[in-house]
Design a protein around this ligand. Structure first.
Ligand code: DP6
Length: 361
């Protein structure tokens, strides 16, 4: 398994003057949540997510060798084809964090041209897919400079870099089910990068569906970064971090058995615990909206009445992810359309499902 120093490259054997790469990377939805971190983007507890398929960022990276050696980074940022100044500080910070691992960054001028497949300001975090897509492109460039690089190194370092951009981004490189954070019972798991869940996954989870109900598309009052920070000196932090380990252990068994009742218990409890942590931090805050609760209650009622194994999870926001197996899609979509769409802003929702991770285009 690679360590941080393995990601600091030795001398490159090749050169390249200019060119471009293009990668897409999907969003992901955590089942066991990452909430709380230590220095250098090390998670306070392990997390696991489904990689999504339709919600993704597509990023083209153009690069051109600069004539003299420079002390600053040089890049242009385009969002949906237009210059986007307000995204630049985040990228600048990302480049600063990853420079030791990619020492060629100041040798080139970059044009980063990025777009999302989901509506902008939909409240769907684009930082996970965005940072993952950018990390993949940088790794493509590094692979040209170091053609001997193995695939394993390529993907693990991509995830390692993505993590430094945004923690959850490290779970958007690989597909299906990804674990990030060291967990005793999961071989190969690491705080440094995401890895594919290495054990049996029951048929029930194949092509699992995630319909994202857009409840509130406004700017969040509290960013994830601030929220993570509030887990320092949080009265329930230690117990919560231990619980994440316990829930992840439970999921190992659940993924193998395909027990959807148990799956639902873990996933919904994780979602509500995440928000409970927000409500019990100092300062405290609430990201759910009245319609978030309306939806949760409607899902519980529907599940009780029909015994259809549909459940919800939440991100750090008001939107609701409705999770269900593929074989009940038709009935759940009918239910969503007839009973849940009224709670969505402008009736908007996005149908997604488990996907394979980042792809070169
Ligand atoms: C609630 O990955 O957005 O979605 O590392 O500060 O960029 P930073 O945070 P971020 O946090 C995501 C938190 C979450 C849970 C999860 O995805 O595990």
């Amino acid at each position: 398994m690679f360590t941080t120093t393995d990601f600091i490259p030795k001398k490159y054997t090749s050169t390249i003057e200019n060119g471009n790469f293009e990668w897409s990377a999907p969003s992901n939805i955590a089942l066991v949540k990452y909430w709380g971190k230590k220095d250098n983007q090390i998670p306070a507890n392990p997390s696991v997510s489904f990689t999504l398929n339709n919600c993704k960022t597509i990023t083209k990276l153009g690069f051109e060798k600069r004539t003299s050696s420079e002390t600053n980074f040089s890049f242009d940022l385009l969002f949906e084809g237009k210059p986007k100044e307000d995204f630049k500080p985040k990228i600048q910070k990302f480049l600063e964090r990853i420079e030791v691992y990619l020492p060629f960054l100041k040798d080139y001028h970059f044009t980063i041209d990025t777009q999302n497949t989901f509506p902008h300001s939909s409240g769907i975090a684009s930082s996970a897919s965005g940072m993952a897509a950018l990390a993949m492109n940088f790794m493509s460039l590094e692979k040209v400079l170091n053609p001997e690089m193995t695939d394993e190194y390529f993907y693990q370092k991509a995830s390692f870099l993505a993590r430094l951009g945004s923690g959850s981004a490290c779970r958007s490189v690989k597909g299906n089910v990804v674990v990030w954070g060291s967990q005793a019972n999961i071989a190969g798991s690491s705080d440094l990068f995401g890895v594919e869940f290495p054990y049996t996954i029951h048929e029930n989870f194949k092509n699992y569906q995630d319909t994202i109900l857009l409840v509130d598309k406004g700017e969040k009052q509290v960013s994830s970064t601030v929220g993570h920070d509030l887990m320092h000196n949080h009265p329930y932090a230690e117990r919560r971090f231990a619980q994440a380990h316990e829930n992840l252990d439970q999921l190992i068994t659940i993924f193998e058995s395909g027990n959807l009742d148990e799956f639902i218990k873990v996933v919904e409890s994780e979602a509500l615990t995440l928000h409970a942590m927000m409500m019990t931090s100092m300062p405290y805050f609430i990201l759910m909206k009245p319609n978030t609760l309306q939806i949760i209650n409607a899902i519980w009622k529907f599940r009780n009445e029909t015994q259809i194994p549909v459940c919800f999870t939440l991100d750090a926001g008001a939107n609701v992810h409705v999770l269900y197996p593929e074989n009940v899609s038709e009935k759940v979509l009918q239910f969503i359309q007839s009973e849940l769409v009224v709670f969505c802003q402008n009736g908007q929702y996005i149908c997604d499902h488990i996907g394979d991770g980042a792809m070169e285009r």
